[in-house]
Every structure is written in C-alpha cells, then in structure tokens.
Write a protein that binds this ligand. Structure first.
Ligand code: GDG
Length: 461
C-alpha cells in the first residue's frame, strides 16, 4: 500500500483527534492505516523572519510523522490573512464585495506555496500518494511538479466553487485554474461545485472533456468529481453518550426550564448567515407571538479570523441585532437570544444539540456544513429535533428530509421555523430516520475511501 501524505494549512495531531474533530479523526485513521506524513503550517509566526523562509519541525505521532513549517509575519499576513482569507474565501463564497484584490497578497501566497513545496519535496518517497486540502494550497502541485515530483497528487476543496463569471473576477483566476490542472484529481463538495468547475474549464480554459470525469487542458488531464464530505457518525455518537455531553444536556435543560430551544452553532463567519437568522427569529416572535416568553435561540459563534476586518463588522452587527431583540421582547425571566461568542468544548457540543428542538443551519453559502450532520447524529431517534437547513449549504444536496430554507427570505424562514416547532412526533421520527441513514451511508470514511480510490485510479503523473 502506498504511503499517504496529507498536506493542509493546519496539521492536527491524530492522537488528540477527539479535541480536533471529525476531519482529524478521518485523516488520522487513514494516515495510521498506511503509515503517513501530515505536512502544513506549524501555527507559529516569526515576527522578524525572512519572507519565503521558515524552519521545518518534524515530530512522530505513532506511525504518523507530523512535519510543520513556521511562517514569518509578512508571509502569514499575505498568504493566510490576505490572499487565502481576504480573496479566495470571500470569492469562493460568492462575496466579490468583500474581496480585496488590490493589496498584492498574491506574491505571499505564491511564496508560501513555494516554501511548502521546497520543504516537502525531500520528504516525499517515490510511491507516496499526496492529498492536498483546500484553497490555501491550490498551486502546491504545480510547484511540486516544477521540482520534478511525479507522484499522484489529489486536491480537495472544502469550500464551494462559484460560477465561472464570479471566479473570473479574481485577477489570477487563469493561473489558479492552470495550477489545478497539475493535480491528478480535483474533488469538490457538491454536484453544483463540480458543474461550476466543468463550465469554467470548458468555457474559460477551453478544456476538452475527454470522458465523464476527465478534462484536458494545459497539456494535462485532470479528473474532477464531487465527494461530499461526511462526519464520523460512530465517533460523534460515542461523544454524545459521554459524561460531558450528558452534563451539558442536563444543565441546559435545567437552565431553560420549560422553554423551547432553537440552536445555531458555527464559527463566526459572514458565510454562515447569522444576521439573516437573527432577523428571522425576530419575525418568528412577531408573526407567531405564542413563541414570546416560550422560545429561546442559543447562538454559539466561536471566534474565528478576528483580525480580518469584515469579521469585526459582523460581530458588531450580530451584537446589535441580538441586543435589540432582547431589549424589545425580553422579560426579567426570559432572554430571547443567548448569543455566545466563545468556543464550546467538543465533548460538550452533542449535549447542546440534544437539548435543542430545532437546529438552525442557515448559511448564505457553505461548502458542506458539518454542523447539520452532527446535529442529526446527536439526536435521540425516539424524540428527535428538527433540522432547518439552508438550500445554499452543500449538505442540502444530500439532506433532503431536512426543512430547506432560503436564508435571504426572512418571512419564509420564520414560517419554516414555526413549522419545525410544530412538527408532529411521527414526522420528526420519519425524517430523522432517513437523515441518519443517509449520513451513516455517506460518512467521512466513505468520503475518504472514495477520494483515495479515485486518486489511485487516476492517470499516473
Ligand atoms: C469548512 C467549510 C465544510 C463550531 N463551533 C464550535 C465547534 N465547531 C465545529 C463544528 C464542526 C466544525 O466546527 C464546523 O464545520 P462546518 O462544516 O460547519 O464549517 P467550517 O468550519 O466553515 O468548515 C465547510 C468543512 O470545511 C468540511 O469540509 O463542511 O463548508 O466551510 O465540526 O462542530 N467545535 C467546538 N466548539 C465550537 O464552539 N468544539
């Protein structure tokens, strides 16, 4: 069996996977099975370092080697904050208005990808199979190929891929697409993302489609498919049965007494549609006043990328919207929204999912959205909660028995939340049963095996 080399911006120690979550569990178990190497940024920023340079650290974690590189301040600012999170993240989530194209971040993005390739190349063995993750590292294969790497290399994009004319707004879009063709396999979250890729490749890059899944351009053949990511259902169910989840469930139920709970959990990010959700909650309280004094929205927004400017504005907007609802509707013994801008320990999360009657997973755009799947996995099948899911989350292609909403439609969302709160038990059970079967059949192991099998089958470089 070939050794697996995983490359991603951040690296997780597979021995501590319970704290890191599903992806670390999935990739950790694949790495352990074949022996492997996980390569990425160390998380350290060297204030006075030289651009394009960084020390390599290696560490054994059982059968897995963790290899990480430090970044200097200017590389971190331009590669991570700048190009990755200030250009690619907003554009890939259809937010051209938030993208900063003019700041010259591209140089740092290229430099760090070259640095990663330089540090990684000597660690690669001839039969290794390489799996690169996410938008931070699109040009990595091209850099490795330029250094003579002939290994199979696959790429998986965790975010959405926007339609061609949005993608084309990135000044370097042609270069990014050309870089993608240095991979043997490109994986996307959903059929829609794959369709956008295919249309871009055919119309903008003048690729030739040589089979159902293969495209030829820039003298290379690239296989492209959708591989919707799943969660580790068994790992999450075990977590849900743990002591910490039980305590969380009990304390939440105790604190909220007879109140009905709506729950939102996400990193604080403009793609997640928090202001729109809070407005829909206000509408719920006015249009269906029986929810006043009776229904509480717990919104966890864990801190994320706080130094990026668009996030600071979002934080203020959410605080102001929640504050005004609490002021207008709250009472001495009822706070309509509990907005919590903190991280909840992973082991406690399932308890919160269990305490909620309805989960509001309403991103404006999302690659997949794993919270939707975690909520399903945590429910008691005998008395399950209801999932309200944005039709713009990648997960909506799979989770058809959720209540699908358009997060831009405030009235419509309020109506669907009300429908969720009133759903009879047999309907809740039936919907949950098929949702659970779906996330079990297409879990994270299924995702990983499908991707790696397709990569093995793709042409050799
Ligand atoms: C990207 C794509 C795609 C959230 N708050 C807390 C917490 N979380 C955990 C959740 C879940 C994970 O973070 C979030 O995963 P999502 O999929 O919902 O979203 P992104 O972070 O944006 O992930 C996304 C994903 O990659 C995988 O491909 O689905 O579309 O954007 O596991 O539970 N975990 C803890 N405390 C929190 O407060 N412990």
């Amino acid at each position: 069996m070939s050794r697996l080399v995983v490359i991603s911006n951040r690296v997780a120690d597979p021995r501590k996977s319970a704290a890191s979550g599903g992806l670390a569990v999935a990739l950790g178990s694949a790495l352990r099975a074949s022996g492997g190497l996980w390569f990425g940024w160390s998380g350290s920023i060297v204030e006075e370092g030289t651009p394009g340079e960084g020390s390599l650290h290696t560490q054994r974690a059982g059968p897995v080697t963790l290899a990480t590189v430090d970044l200097c301040r200017s590389d971190y600012d331009s590669y991570y904050q700048g190009y990755s999170n200030g250009v690619l993240w907003p554009v890939f989530h259809y937010r051209l208005d938030l993208a900063n194209f003019d700041a010259g971040y591209i140089e740092g993005y290229r430099r760090v990808n070259q640095l990663f390739a330089r540090k990684l190349m000597p660690l690669i063995q001839p039969d290794d199979i390489l799996w690169v993750h996410d938008y931070h590292l699109i040009p990595l294969a091209a850099e490795l190929r330029a250094m003579g790497c002939t290994n199979r290399i696959g790429f998986f994009l965790h975010t959405p891929l926007p339609p061609p004319l949005i993608l084309a707004a990135i000044p370097q879009s042609e270069w990014l697409m050309r870089s993608l063709f240095s991979y043997d396999l490109a994986g996307f979250q959903s059929d829609v993302d794959l369709m956008h890729f295919a249309r871009y490749a055919l119309t903008e890059a003048h690729a030739e489609q040589v089979s159902d899944t293969c495209f030829r351009a820039y003298n290379s053949t690239l296989r492209a498919e959708a591989f919707p990511i799943g969660i580790d259902v068994d790992e999450f169910t075990t977590l849900a049965q743990g002591e910490e989840a039980r305590q969380m469930y009990e304390s939440t139920r105790r604190d909220y007494g007879h109140r009905r709970l709506l729950l939102g959990v996400e990193r604080l990010d403009y793609s997640k549609g928090l202001p729109q959700r809070i407005r829909a909650f206000r509408k719920l309280l006015t249009r269906y006043p029986e929810n006043q004094n009776r229904t509480t929205l717990i919104q966890i927004a864990s801190p994320s990328r706080e130094t990026v400017r668009s996030y600071t504005g979002l934080l203020r907007e959410i605080e102001s919207l929640s504050g005004s609802i609490n002021g207008d509707f709250g009472d001495l013994d009822w706070m309509p929204i509990r907005y919590i801008h903190r991280n909840v320990a992973r082991k406690r999360l399932p308890g919160l999912y269990q305490a909620a009657e309805v989960a509001l997973v309403t991103p404006l755009r999302d690659g997949m959205n794993l919270v939707a799947k975690e909520f399903i996995a945590a429910q008691d099948p005998a008395d399950p909660g209801v999932l309200v899911l944005s039709r713009f989350a990648g997960a909506a292609e799979q989770l058809k028995e959720a209540l699908l909403v358009n997060p831009y439609d405030t009235d419509g969302m309020a109506e669907i939340i009300q429908q969720a709160l009133q759903m009879p038990l047999p309907e809740r059970q039936a919907r949950h049963k098929s949702l659970l079967a779906g996330i079990r059949a297409q879990d994270v192991h299924w995702w990983r095996n499908n991707f790696l099998t397709a990569l093995q089958e793709s042409r050799s470089a």
